[in-house]
Design a protein around this ligand. Structure first.
Ligand code: HXC
Length: 260
């Protein structure tokens, strides 16, 4: 499953999606957004794939944003549709039901950072630069950045990044919780793929429920989210994987999950 600006490589239960347009620092044009949407829809349906790695080709960038040459051409209704299409992609990544780990090797700017924000976990290379520079262009983020970034790093830091437009480095991103690990660039992709493989070996059923509890719960009142958590706990507790996981613990052996 590969296309013009996208490579999808499979290794066991892990798929690596590489945005492959390094001569434009992997900037996302309309075609790339649509290709990513199709790729993630397919990976979501594929029961053999239980974790996804998302990265950008080349040394310099994860994704340097939406393609500015396209943005310059848009009128108001066209721009709204464009933002909605990008937001749809981010929603489908966030709600894939499987972990998606971003390997950020370089620039993650604008729509590129917004793409990373939709992922479950973000690891970065020491050289990475992360930012929402849209206001430098007289724009605002439109792929979810104004909403996901403050939820992740807090309103003050998010507004500093959005209004100031200045990217931050990997160490600052780590201190702010925007990424959870910083590694030398040459080690990053292997380390992220190894982490994804570990996640893929865990109960897919449990991971799906945990993702749902955290994802959907964060849009609810505390009372409603507690009810959701209890309901999901009930479903997972009655699963074959929970029976196997608990039995394996009691028998002092490794669990063999069947992801249901
Ligand atoms: C189109 C881009 C691009 C982008 C880089 N390129 N980013 N093309 N859209 N977002 C192109 C450059 O024009 C150049 O093409 C080539 O990639 C290499 O980039 P350089 O600028 O020469 O590299 P460098 O000097 O190293 O600078 C790297 C950079 C800079 C700091 C990342 O490229 C940059 O500032 N890019 C724009 C970042 C940005 O503003 N992103 C937010 C976009 S708005 P040529 O043909 O000259 O070789 C956005 C909105 C999302 O994302 C929401 C929409 C609803």
């Amino acid at each position: 499953m590969s296309s013009q600006f996208l490579r999808v490589d499979r290794d066991g239960a892990v798929a690596t999606v590489t945005i492959d347009r390094p001569e434009r620092l992997n900037a996302l044009d309309t075609g790339a957004v649509a290709e990513l949407g199709r790729a993630f829809a397919e990976l979501g349906r594929d029961d053999e794939i239980r974790a996804v790695v998302l990265t950008g080709a080349g040394e310099k960038a994860f994704v340097a944003g939406a393609d500015i040459s396209e943005l310059a051409e848009l009128d108001a209704p066209g721009a709204e549709r464009y933002a909605a299409a990008g937001q749809g992609l981010m929603w489908s990544i966030e709600n894939l039901g499987k972990p998606v780990v971003a390997a950020i090797g370089g620039y993650a700017l604008g729509g590129g950072l917004e793409l990373a924000l939709a992922c479950t976990v973000r690891w970065a290379a020491a050289e990475a630069k992360l930012g929402l520079p849209e206001t430098n262009l007289g724009l605002i983020p439109g792929f979810g950045g104004t909403q996901r970034l403050p939820r992740l790093v807090g309103r003050g830091r998010a507004l500093e990044m959005i209004l100031g437009g200045k990217p931050i480095g990997a160490d600052e991103a780590l201190a702010w919780g925007l990424v959870t690990r910083v590694l030398p660039r040459e080690e990053l992709l292997d380390a992220v793929q190894a982490f994804a493989a570990k996640l893929a070996a865990r109960s897919g059923m449990a991971l799906r429920s945990a993702l749902k509890a955290v994802g959907e719960g964060s849009n609810m009142t505390l009372d409603a989210s507690m009810r959701l958590e209890a309901a999901l706990f009930g479903v997972t507790c009655a699963s074959a994987d929970a029976a196997e996981g608990c039995q394996a613990f009691l028998e002092k052996r490794d669990a063999e999950f069947r992801h249901r």
